[in-house]
Design a protein around this ligand. Sequence first.
Ligand code: HEC
Ligand code: HEC
Ligand code: HEC
Ligand code: HEC
Length: 232
Amino acid sequence: MFKRAKTISWIAGLFFALSGFLAGGALAGISTTKHNLSSSGTGTIKSTDQPEICIFCHTPHDAIKNANIPLWNHTLSTTASYGVYASPTMTATDTTDVGGVTAATAAVSNLCLSCHDGTVAINNFKNPSNMNPVTTMVGTTVGMLPVGNSNLGTDLTNDHPVNFTYNTTLATADGFLVNPVDATGSGLSNGLKLFSSKVQCASCHDPHTSAQGAFLRASMNGSTLCLSCHSK
Ligand code: HEC
Ligand code: HEC
Ligand code: HEC
Ligand code: HEC
């Protein structure tokens, strides 16, 4: 009797531990975010017939060939110029326009802009799925991101600068930047990310998780995200 009760409570414990683990995994992952554009997505913009989540951005085979980006599948924007943020107090001098790139030269920010500049349809893929060949979208009448906050348009001169080097030299020259501890060129000790030592959209945003809201890598409460890089 005692022995049986013990077994039941052990099984119940295992069940709760497992369900807690699964719930935790699901909450932290992409499936509950607006970037789940598949038919299981819960946002307004989603597919009615495509059950795959990653396909909207990645493909395991025949990806866009480029040494700087991860197995990319979403057709890149052909926008020739986004302009570059400028101000009299900017210290960085190598900020480069992310417009006019080719598949081979696209930077990580071009991946986001392939949907967020509003010029490419969300279901426009380099390599469509062979397993689930159709992708019909709802929530967008023109196929692209509708006009609104999420559609940044093709002018980045009034947005936080991207595509420039952020290293110890810049931090020292500026005087009000945290020295980025970035031994590998890919991750900062504070959880933010640089790409070949450069600030890109995905330095502040992680497209796979929205635990902090707006896919941010750090909280905006008390402006923690900004203070991770700026000593103000
Ligand atoms: C809405 C677009 C989008 C979707 C959907 C998406 N990703 Fe990504 N992924 C990106 C972008 C952009 C990057 C490059 C920026 C970065 O590293 O954060 C990236 C980077 C990656 C990387 C390399 C960097 C790292 O974090 O390890 C892996 C691996 C990855 N994604 C896997 C996946 C998998 C698996 C899925 C599906 C479950 C998925 N992604 C869905 C946009 C997406
Ligand atoms: C395949 C297309 C696609 C790509 C690539 C993509 N996004 Fe999105 N993103 C979307 C869609 C669709 C939405 C939902 C827009 C809406 O509901 O109005 C969205 C929403 C967002 C939002 C708003 C989230 C919110 O809670 O309101 C942010 C922030 C965002 N994306 C950032 C990024 C960044 C940064 C990248 C690159 C690292 C990226 N996205 C890549 C399609 C994409
Ligand atoms: C320096 C950090 C930083 C960089 C770099 C950055 N963002 Fe954001 N982004 C934010 C923050 C913070 C918010 C939330 C703003 C708010 O809630 O008002 C945001 C919001 C957004 C939104 C939601 C719409 C909105 O206006 O609230 C989108 C879409 C987005 N970013 C896309 C991008 C793309 C695409 C890039 C690259 C071209 C990029 N971001 C670069 C910090 C950044
Ligand atoms: C990943 C690191 C990083 C994050 C996070 C970040 N920034 Fe920046 N930001 C920089 C760097 C580096 C520069 C370039 C500074 C320079 O060269 O003068 C910059 C530039 C700026 C500038 C322009 C400075 C000028 O002189 O014109 C402003 C303003 C700014 N950031 C505000 C913010 C705010 C507000 C946030 C939070 C929403 C934020 N940043 C988040 C790294 C970051």
